[in-house]
Ligand binder design. Structure first.
Ligand SMILES: [Zn+2]
Length: 267
């Protein structure tokens, strides 16, 4: 979800990334696991003032065709076995928040191409049937589709760092239990709303029983990356196919060096 700062900085980042691409820093996909982060596909993303976090279904299909044709890249499900990176350039696809359009528009495009994907869902949006989000029946339908994994995204989509201990436990445990009840499957992955995570949150995520958690730090996951702090590559609705290819090749990764990543525990 966007805010004013992200909207303005987006344009500066885009310019620098174009320069990185022109300079030839990133010609080939890097080895490891790159997790793409999308939000809405065809609908409106919550709090998205600049329209960065929604992409039309047609444009999303173009991205997926570019991904399929990206030499050296291998689309994989998000799982413990893939989070260690390895020698291949593995790509996992993820969506945050739990929009209904993920089921209606994104899923058919991905299934047609045989691409697995993960949807991180804020459980209260489902439970209270917020407009534009998956309702319980939609969620069950999505979870049943081939190659789909459902992960949690907190209960109410608040930044977890600001929660007191009790609220934090509810955000992590209640969302997990609710999603497991609805889908009938274990939920062991999550993503942090707003990328909000610190040491206390990380410990609570581990205690709640999650095995994988994705943050909003930009980069590729290679051997030694903490599975509860997986980096992702944000994809914006305005990203052209050529720009998308550059993100796949790692041209955006320079920005990760500027992000605060004090929790990252590399071996
Ligand atoms: Zn979110």
């Amino acid at each position: 979800m966007g805010n004013l700062t992200m909207g303005f900085s987006h344009f500066a980042h885009r310019t620098l990334t174009e320069l990185a691409a022109i300079s030839g820093v990133c010609r080939n996909p890097k080895a490891g696991l790159r997790i793409l982060m999308y939000h809405a596909v065809g609908g409106e993303a919550y709090g998205d003032f600049f329209g960065n976090y929604t992409i039309t279904p047609e444009h999303f299909a173009q991205h997926m065709d570019a991904l399929r044709g990206f030499e050296g890249a291998n689309v994989v499900p998000l799982g413990l076995e893939s989070c260690g990176g390895g020698a291949q350039a593995n790509i996992a696809i993820s969506f945050d928040d739990g929009y209904l359009d993920n089921l209606r528009f994104a899923a058919p495009i991905l299934i047609e191409r045989g691409m697995p994907f993960t949807v991180f869902v804020s459980s209260q949006f489902v439970q209270e049937q917020h407009a534009g989000f998956l309702n319980p029946e939609d969620l069950r339908e999505l979870a049943e589709l081939p190659g789909v994994m459902i992960g949690a995204h907190g209960r109410t989509h608040v930044p977890l760092v600001g929660c007191d201990d009790l609220t934090l436990a509810h955000e992590l445990v209640d969302s997990k239990m609710y999603l497991e009840d609805i889908t009938g499957r274990p939920v062991s992955t999550m993503s942090y709303p707003y990328g909000s995570v610190d040491r206390r949150v990380l410990d609570a995520v581990s205690t709640a029983g999650y095995q994988l958690a994705a943050c909003s730090h930009i980069g590729i996951n290679q051997a030694g990356r903490d599975p509860l702090l997986l980096a992702r590559t944000t994809i914006f609705g305005q990203d052209s196919v050529s720009f998308f290819r550059r993100k796949l090749a790692g041209c955006w990764d320079w920005y990760g060096c500027l992000q605060r990543d004090s929790l990252h525990r590399e071996n």
